[in-house]
Design a protein around this ligand. Structure first.
Ligand code: PHE
Length: 357
């Protein structure tokens, strides 16, 4: 190749075999004492005429050299990448033998199962704070101050703060999320709200913190039939049995009218009580049609909008499905228990693969 510049640096740059070698060539030409730098420096001693013609020439030489260096640099880098791609390999099929193996807690597993089941029925997941205002936890749910139902909840009250009308509480149920969701989204609405709740209670089947999941549907012409179908469908999917029977017993909650407690039938199988059939009944849910006053207080017209709501204990559902008998063990953080009852991290519940891993 013929080159307008006969400096050896051009040939050296073109033939540099590595990035390091190229860098040396570049510094030898363009560095403080470089060959091209030295030529540019001579401009200072020239006559103006000489400087004009040589100046243009040197500048052109300099930029041509720089262009050559970056071209070679790109080529060397590409070759380097090709070489690395060809030689560096990671075998992703190797078993992760010695990596730590944590498990998914049954409560998290059941929450995932519930979210999956209700997502298929068109329910979104909603959230609310665990430290809640009394207005959301009680008043807006048709439990005004001095309402006897407030006393039934064994509530934890927070220290009153200056300037606060009422001290806040640790929410005693997930029902305040009904109010927050209605206020935020209006109607129609279809949500579930899983989360922690707190009551001052402790024995084999009660812990001061436990988990509930709330369901709320608000739409036009909603009736008890929708509630019953939804609960049956959910319980069949959750327990993965078609022979689930439910029984609705009249009950009382201040925020639903009418209200019903829902029992699920059990039967004896190989000496064990299992969910399914109807030899006996156990209570699993609280539910009802959302009280018109609650709907109105959230700014919706109860003549146009009706709805149903339900609430159930997530821990209790986990105990029933996976055969655990002491609730306190859920929160002991005993690794042996977690290893035994926990779920593998990759067994994610899906409706096609089965919700219970
Ligand atoms: N919040 C009620 C409880 O904790 C359960 C419930 C929820 C009842 C929704 C009716 C409707 O006992």
């Amino acid at each position: 190749m013929t080159r307008p510049y006969n400096l050896p640096a051009f040939k050296e740059a073109e033939e540099a075999r590595s990035l390091e070698e190229l860098e040396l060539v570049r510094v030898r030409a363009l560095g403080k004492n470089g060959a091209i730098t030295a030529l540019v420096k001579t401009l200072g001693q020239m006559t103006p005429e000489e400087r004009q013609s040589k100046g243009i020439f040197y500048q052109a030489m300099k930029s041509e050299f720089s262009r050559l260096v970056s071209e070679r640099k790109a080529a060397l880098e590409a070759a380097d990448l090709d070489r690395r791609l060809a030689t560096e390999r990671l075998d992703l099929s190797l078993p992760a033998k010695d990596s730590p193996q944590g498990t998914i807690h049954p409560v998290s597993q059941v929450m995932d199962e519930l979210a999956e089941i209700f997502a298929d029925l068109g329910f979104a997941v909603a959230e609310g704070p665990e430290i809640e205002e009394q207005w959301y936890n009680f008043t807006a749910l048709n439990m005004p101050e001095n309402h006897p139902a407030r006393a039934m909840h064994d509530t934890f009250y927070c220290e009153p703060r200056d300037g606060q009308a009422e001290p806040r509480v640790l929410r005693t149920h997930t029902s305040p999320v009904q109010i927050r969701a209605m206020q935020a989204q209006g109607a129609p609405i279809r949500i579930i709200a899983p989360g922690r709740v707190y009551r001052s209670d402790s024995d084999a089947t009660h812990t001061p913190m436990f988990h509930q999941i709330e369901g709320l549907v608000i739409d036009r012409r909603i009736h008890l039939g929708h509630l019953k179908w939804t609960l049956e469908t959910f319980l069949r999917a959750f327990f993965e049995r078609d022979d689930i029977t439910i029984r609705m017993r009249p009950s009382y909650f201040p925020f639903t009218e009418p209200s019903a407690e829902v029992d699920v039938g059990w039967s004896m199988e190989k000496g064990r009580r299992v969910v399914g059939g109807s030899e006996g009944w156990m209570e699993v849910l609280g539910s009802g049609m959302v009280h018109p006053r609650v709907i109105a207080d959230c700014g919706l017209d109860p003549d146009e909008w009706q709805g149903f709501a339900f609430g159930t204990g997530v821990d209790r559902l986990a105990m029933l499905k996976y055969g655990m008998d002491d609730l306190r063990a859920f929160f002991d953080a005993d690794l042996r228990w977690l290893k035994h009852y926990g779920f593998r991290a990759l067994d994610v519940p899906t409706l096609s693969g089965g919700v219970g891993a």
